[in-house]
Ligand binder design. Structure first.
Ligand SMILES: *Cc1c(COP(=O)(O)O)cnc(C)c1O
Length: 199
């Protein structure tokens, strides 16, 4: 997907003219403004930290929220969708990198989640897989280890919940600098910003 955050509308229109139909944004107000300015046949993903008081800028338009980083947020999304008669796809953001600053669930938290209970508790939310970022480093070995860990988490969950195999199978890993390594480790989505828009 084309990560178009901070880019002016004209650059998104240019990417659209080349055939891009999947875009990702990370700030609620910017997301909403761009959705409303661009053609309707775009699949919009939200990939930034989402505060529960900003849901109305995002949920009416989002194909997928990739950055669900707390149960608090998941519950708020369920509440909003239930009240609005909508449903939405989400990914759980997992934190495997060295940086403390990154948002998301720890691997242990991911592994102790009960998908059956969550499907009952959050019926308007389809949990489709995991999203994550590798450590910010030039060390390819470290990046590959981070991606391998995320792939193994996804695999463990899929093995534990075969009934969810058709819905829980996405692995959103890889950005401009490391997407080749991400694909090697099973990425089903890569999030490319600067490599598309920086010229
Ligand atoms: C900005 C961003 C990207 C894209 O990063 P690039 O290095 O510009 O490709 C991917 N994922 C998330 C969550 C981002 O915030």
């Amino acid at each position: 997907m084309a990560v178009s955050k901070f880019r002016p509308i004209e650059e998104l229109e240019e990417a659209y003219a080349y055939g891009h139909r999947v875009f990702a944004e990370s700030r609620p107000a910017e997301f909403e403004a761009k959705v409303l300015a661009l053609p309707k046949d775009i699949e919009w993903h939200f990939i930034g930290h989402l505060q529960t008081n900003k849901l109305r800028h995002v949920l009416p338009y989002a194909y997928m929220i990739q950055s669900v980083d707390s149960i608090h947020l998941l519950a708020a999304i369920e509440k909003w969708c239930s009240a609005s008669g909508k449903s939405v796809r989400v990914l759980l953001e997992v934190h495997v990198s060295e940086e403390d600053s990154k948002q998301g669930f720890s691997p242990d938290e991911i592994l102790t989640m009960d998908l059956n209970a969550m499907a009952t508790e959050y019926p308007h939310v389809t949990i489709c897989g995991l999203m994550g970022m590798a450590s910010h480093t030039d060390d390819a070995g470290r990046i590959e280890a981070d991606f391998a860990l995320m792939k193994s988490l996804l695999g463990k969950i899929m093995d534990s919940y075969p009934a969810f195999a058709d819905s829980f199978n996405e692995l959103s890993i890889g950005m401009s600098e490391d997407w080749q390594l991400a694909v090697k480790h099973g990425a089903t989505m890569v999030r490319i910003g600067s490599a598309i828009f920086n010229r």
